[in-house]
Design a protein around this ligand. Structure first.
Ligand code: PLP
Ligand code: COI
Length: 341
């Protein structure tokens, strides 16, 4: 199969229309069987639940070309499960796991020409999502829904690839106590738009959000979980009910323990202890692991000893091992790679 003529090495993290997407509709209490379509537009009623009350959830995962030429996705079963949890929290019907995996397989296979070649530095980002479609004017869940899955080839999420980032402690929260921070709903991202625009305007790459209850503990950024490394090489990640349970973070903890023999800790992380860490990274599907070099807390600069030019040594080992697994260079734990073709 001939690949599309795309400058893979210079892709940013943006939308490129691909040939085919998957659509399934939920009406009268049941999902239809789903189809692949070339139509990338959606026609909606003006009063659709998603437009009025933001009833929508989504996922993000990637397809990779492995060293030996297969196309694989990484732990899509966990995306399916997380989407089910997100939907349940917003009173939406769940899209069954087997259907989700089938939609991933069909959409990636149909767009194989857009899966970036091995070694190009790019990947195919998959965006499954679902939303309420019928008219809703009183505040209540919709009755009818649509599930869709499209894909787009992407490069690094942060400009500059793996150059260390400068982030700031945000005065805004992205989640409420007992709210929806732990699910992947569009509303959480709408909440973060003002904060990210103002962070960018002030020269920062991202926001560090604190726990919304006490504003003393580290939560996450707008699109990734935190990972810290102590001066004695222990990997620490924040534990909180209001952060998204990142699949990358869960995978990295396993990699740290089982592949690199490192001690790992998932626990509350106080903002006041961040200056004690040796390394900091942002982890997520889009971010992979993006190193953080500096954290600015209202004028106080916390400079990570790993510096502003390279990833810290432990972060680099984690990055190399995780991407090695995803690209088939390092043997994956059983069930982590879902082979498309
Ligand atoms: N946190 C937020 C707010 C995110 O949007 C994402 C991206 O999906 C993550 C963390 C990382 O999660 P994952 O590793 O499952 O992509
Ligand atoms: C992902 O990593 O898949 C996300 O959804 C993060 C988003 C900010 C692009």
């Amino acid at each position: 199969m001939e690949k599309k003529n795309i400058d893979w090495g210079n892709l940013g993290f943006g939308y490129v229309r691909t040939d085919v997407r998957y659509v399934s509709n939920y009406t009268n209490g049941a999902w239809d069987e789903g189809v692949l379509t070339e139509d990338s537009n959606i026609v909606l009623n003006e009063c659709a639940g998603v437009l009025q009350y933001a009833q929508t959830v989504f996922e993000g995962l990637k397809a990779y070309t492995t060293e030996d030429g297969h196309i694989v996705t990484f732990r899509p079963d966990l995306n399916a499960e997380r989407m089910m949890a997100s939907a349940a929290r917003l009173e939406m019907p769940v899209f069954p796991k087997e259907r989700f995996l089938d939609a991933v397989t069909k959409t990636v296979a149909a767009n194989a020409a857009y899966v970036p070649p091995y070694g190009s530095g790019a990947t195919l980002y998959l965006r499954p999502y679902m939303f309420g479609v019928n008219p809703v004017i009183g505040v209540k869940p919709a009755n009818d829904y649509q599930f869709r899955l499209f894909c787009t080839p992407v490069g690094p999420y942060f400009k500059g690839g793996v150059k260390p980032l400068t982030i700031r402690v945000s005065d805004f929260d992205r989640a409420a106590p007992h709210g929806t921070g732990h699910i992947k709903a569009g509303l959480n991202y709408a909440m973060s738009l003002h904060a990210i625009v103002s962070a960018h305007n002030e020269g920062y790459d991202e926001n560090m959000y604190l726990d919304p209850g006490t504003r003393t503990k580290v939560e996450e950024t707008g699109g990734a979980n935190f990972l810290f490394v102590t001066r004695d090489n222990k990997v620490v990640t924040p534990k909180s009910d209001s952060i998204l349970p990142s699949i990358t973070r869960r995978s990295l903890l396993h990699v740290a323990k089982e592949y690199l023999g490192l001690e790992v800790e998932e626990r509350e992380v106080l903002l006041s202890e961040v200056s004690d860490f040796a390394e900091c990274g942002l982890c997520g599907t889009a971010a992979v692991i993006s190193p953080v070099g500096k954290i600015v807390d209202h004028g106080r600069e916390i400079c990570l000893p790993s510096g502003m030019t390279e990833m810290g040594p432990v972060t680099k080992k984690l990055y190399d091992t995780l991407t090695g697994i995803q690209m088939g260079r390092i043997e994956a734990p059983k069930g982590w790679l879902h082979v498309i073709e």
